[in-house]
Design a protein around this ligand. Structure first.
Ligand code: CP
Length: 346
């Protein structure tokens, strides 16, 4: 006799903190002073942001601290961060803003509060701008639509990290002796930048790819096929894929190393000894193929993996300088975000 199956009782749905699809949200506009993708910035806008970074960096600190005195900036971090979080916070404080940090480990996010509800809560508490880091690509768009506030993307999943691309650009321009006033569609003409490593999972690479070719740079992407699909070269003009790191170095004035993002590999196995042999920036390789090249890395660096200490701490390394540029660039982005926001002090 056929057994009858009891109708299965569906389990209660757990509230999820991940972004979710809510069609009505997609009708809502994104605040124009948001910075979510590097493609949000025209070349003229990039110039304005870098000029603003120069001005704010040079400004007398007490005068600067009056610019956003008592304005409220929330930092919402669902992923760990050292450089981006600290520099955004220092930037907002240097402009006089009050900041608050909400992290997924010490807030109601842990209890299942959604990104939308967290954003609405922060707005109700007076936040005028939200700086978001999320493991989910596209999360900043949802937050911007849900709150109507300017949202600054501090890194979303594998998608983008636009403020990193701007501070990387400032590092490159200084290396080439190019002033912010000279930023144009051709200011990086004749410059070849190799980006080497885990391109597939890198939001930094993506934001740089949306920026550098528009300023005239050639970009060579380098890495093994599992971390760099061939199709990456179709991201735009001026972008090539080269599997031979030594050949890429010989053509480059700037090399940007990326770590393998172990947290996003999703079971992918990489032969690390082979990876080091083929793609590590080490002293012998750099001396042989690109002795004058500027060495960059967005961090965190994994010493002995994609880069050796000799190179990371060597005379051509701009890694600390990149971190330094984080504060002025993020001051400019926070000031831009709040410039058009009406203060509602009910
Ligand atoms: N470059 C970067 O995003 O570093 P953090 O993860 O430390 O912020």
């Amino acid at each position: 006799m056929a057994q009858t199956r009891k109708p299965s009782r569906s389990k209660p749905q757990k509230t999820s903190a991940i972004p979710f699809f809510e069609p009505a949200l997609f009708q809502r506009a994104i605040h124009p002073q948001s910075a979510i993708s590097a493609s949000d910035f025209s070349v003229a806008e990039i110039r304005r942001i870098l000029l603003s970074a120069d001005t704010l960096e040079k400004e007398e600190p007490l005068r600067r601290a009056k610019r956003l005195a008592k304005r409220r900036v929330a930092l919402l971090f669902y992923e760990s961060s050292t450089r981006t979080r600290t520099s955004f916070e220092l930037a907002a404080k240097a402009l006089g803003a009050d900041t608050t940090l909400v992290s997924s480990l010490s807030s109601s996010i842990e209890k299942g509060e959604s990104l939308k509800d967290t954003g609405i809560t922060l707005k109700a508490l007076g936040a005028e701008c939200i700086i978001l880091r999320s493991p989910y690509s596209g999360a900043p768009y949802l937050l911007a639509r849900a709150t109507g506030l300017p949202v600054l993307n501090a890194g979303d999943g594998m998608a983008e990290h636009p403020s990193q691309a701007l501070l990387d650009l400032r590092t490159m321009l200084r290396f080439r002796g190019i002033k912010a006033t000279a930023i144009s569609e051709k200011c990086l003409r004749g410059v070849t930048v190799t980006i080497c490593g885990d391109i597939l999972h890198s939001r930094v690479a993506r934001s740089n790819l949306l920026t550098l070719p528009r300023l005239g740079a050639q970009v060579i992407l380098c890495g093994p096929p599992e971390l760099l699909p061939e199709i990456a070269s179709s991201m735009g003009p001026g972008i090539q894929v080269e599997r031979d790191f030594d050949a890429a170095l010989r053509r480059s004035q700037i090399v940007m190393m990326l770590r393998i993002q172990a947290e996003r590999l999703a079971g992918m196995k990489i032969d690390l000894d082979d990876y080091r042999r083929r793609y590590q920036a080490n002293a012998d390789r750099m001396a042989a193929h690109a002795p004058e090249a500027l060495v960059m890395h967005p961090g965190p660096i994994i010493r002995g993996m994609e880069i050796t200490s000799e190179v990371a701490d060597g005379p051509n390394s701009a890694i600390a300088e990149q971190v330094h540029h984080g504060v002025p660039i993020r001051m400019a982005l926070v000031a831009r975000a709040l410039a058009g926001v009406k203060v509602d002090r009910r």
